[in-house]
Design a protein around this ligand. Sequence first.
Ligand code: 4AD
Ligand code: MG
Length: 465
Amino acid sequence: MQRTTIIDALSSTELDRLINVRGWVRSRRGNKQISFIALNDGSTIKNIQIVADLSKFSEEQLKPVTTGSCISATGMLVKSEGAGQSVEIQLTELEVYGTANPEQYPLQKKGLSMEYLRTLAHLRPRTNTFGAVFRIRHHMAMAIHSYFHQHGYFYFHTPLITESDCEGAGQMFQVTTKDLYRLKKDEQGKIDYSDDFFGKQTALTVSGQLEGELGALALGKIYTFGPTFRAENSNTPRHLAEFWMIEPEVAFIDKKELMDIEEDFIKYCVRWALDNCKDDLEFLNQYVDKGLIQRLESVVDTEFVRLPYTEGINILQEAIRNGKKFEFPCNWGDDLSSEHERYLVEEHFRRPVIMTDYPKEIKAFYMKINEDNKTVQGTDVLFPQIGEIIGGSVREESLDKLNAEIERRQMDTTNLWWYLDTRRFGSAPHAGFGLGFERLMLFVTGMQNIRDVIPFPRTPKNAEF
Ligand code: 4AD
Ligand code: MG
């Protein structure tokens, strides 16, 4: 018999018919006459109740039906008299696909800690919380493609293996086929990459932006959506070594238009979650973060603050004068840390902030320099609970200014010639940003740790599964 998914079974109005469902047993309880099985197949957070009449099924037959086991159940879909569900299945045929020994199955108990569940990343998608998170993750990916497709952007695929360090922060994972035990070096002791796989030194990309800009300067509006890698040794609840980034890049827009897109895009994604992930959000709102749905609704309805960095520093220093204590300093020129960002967003303005015009020293080489020659047209979006969720900027389109900046930073341009060519031939004003997919996921799910919104997190000293 063909399988019906539990989400379809639960919403079915066609009752008193035979159906077949398959899934993992969440629990079984009952008495000498009757046994109730709660079954989940991942299609929804909700379980379906299967009722086994013990005059038709022996205790022996039901014995392998324990928490975690996988079964196929056929029976009549009927109206349920019990509380908490509208329909249930009266079991007529049972097949056990896989047992789960109750002495050994690790997801037996409720209320396991997030830390412990991380050691069970192979099984945790079967819990309510992670089922909800990963379904929402899918929906957010759909929201992102839908937004850009509707707005005339093209999905542009940038390489994962590259020789350029877009952010210039030196946080790249090298890619090599060289025998590390027998490295060939030149007279100066430098490694000779000429006989390496690509004939040069390569690494995993930290951002698809530089190649994305090439796309925008031909197709007008593009976006990337793929994995990015950072070998930064930060053990925080907001950093991964492998994370997914969405990077739109748009020709012919200025800073104001860039900020409009950032705000519109994020609101669209949050609205999408509210519209498409209701059951999962309600679950998370109840068990993970009581303020979640209200926070999501408030972001959709409020205008983001637009705040130049210099004004932000003034606000923070005023706060310090009034007794506020921060761990890190925040004088003009300092990179803000997440405590500063969160103070501005959560305590001072109480809504998302787009911070602009940062000191050029704390930003990457490609950002458009303002007339003051001190600040650049960066446009980061700062969010409650998260801090920086988007990093964006207008790009420097003048070849002369870009070259001067590259020289000032003493950057090696031998592998950036193609990037500079876009400024040489038909250069155009353009801008773009990068949204950290897992940071968006943190916000939308209310989860506290970035390791818990990606199925298999990669962090320092951890690449299991
Ligand atoms: O601010 P970042 O470094 O900006 C760029 O990479 C630009 N090239 C983007 C662009 O303009 N096209 O990173 C962008 C975003 C951050 O705002 C943050 O949300 C996320 O990527 N991010 C991380 N997420 C998880 N783990 C990390 N280690 C992250 N580093 C950055
Ligand atoms: Mg950034």
